[in-house]
Design a binder for this molecule. Sequence first.
Ligand code: SAM
Ligand code: SF4
Length: 356
Amino acid sequence: MAYTLINAKPAARPASEALPAALAAGQGALVDSFGRRVSYLRLSITDRCDLRCTYCMPERMTFLPRKDVLSFEELDELVTAFASFGVDKLRITGGEPLVRKDVMELMARFSRHLGNGLNELTLTTNGTLLSKYAGELSAIGVRRVNVSLDTLNRKLFETIARRDMLEDVLRGIDTAIAAGIKVKINTVALAGLNEMEIPDLIRFAHGRGADITLIETMPMGEAETDRVEDYLPLNKVRSDLVEQFTLIDLNYTTGGPARYVKVEETGGRLGFITPLSHNFCESCNRVRVTCTGRLFTCLGREEGADLREALRSDPTGAALRVAILGGIERKPKGHDFDAARLATPASPRTMSHTGG
Ligand code: SAM
Ligand code: SF4
């Protein structure tokens, strides 16, 4: 069948010349130049959000023009290509993924790969719209969600997120659990803000059968808050926690930066994400794609590929596969974050652009 190419520009290198036939056809695994197999994609589907967390984005955030953001068809093509390369875990993120118009139509499209390429389809959300969507997410096969929650105090929530929406988030968490979805809570540890509340957040999560992971602030994008002041090293949090909890190191890993312990008193799992450490890079199995189709192969680095250009220039999909493989080949050995440089962002991207 002959194709009519609309807006077609030739790919930089014809796929057939650049790749062995099997890889050009989108078969085989994604292995980087350090021998790490990439099996996990985090895909941002929007840069928009209904909160304005101070460490993430300014109050007057300028969002991207819609034409720059990948369409449902483009996102679908991208996921299909990654799944054909053996990526079996897909996490949808943002911005806030659930604010994207008709988000469930998109999620349903992704879910058709479950059991047929993908083993897992998950979501990272701020939870404000979870009570609306939890039932549908469960119905299409979403078994786990990460919900960001930095405080249980309504006033402090409003201070951190600049919106009075704690009640919505709490309702979302309970609705998700009731719908049979396993919830993990993600908490950014913030000096002098939620520092004293961390034990309560642990009890809150574990009391609901949810894991909880604490995250150090990362130097991403231009936030309006003082990161040096907010920065709370997790080794300090951990030494404070052992005053009241028994923490037992676990071997459990997801291939990412988190280190896990079991809290004996609650029976639940607690993770520590210290992105400024390099101790996970050698086993890193993940890449990120922004809502504009930029492939980032390392959170703090700029190496990657423009998948949108590849998607829009070549309807056969060959340029996309070449661009993905090229990006994976350039995946750096490790990241560039440095605690001493917290005040100056290592990466000009905000987390809401890259997806957490
Ligand atoms: N809106 C969703 C949410 O909040 O879960 C998904 C996107 S958000 C960018 C993903 C995660 O990144 C959240 O857990 C958030 O707390 C975290 N995050 C955002 N900016 C951060 C920063 N500068 N340092 C550390 N974590 C950050
Ligand atoms: Fe929105 Fe998530 Fe960023 Fe908060 S952390 S502003 S919820 S994208």
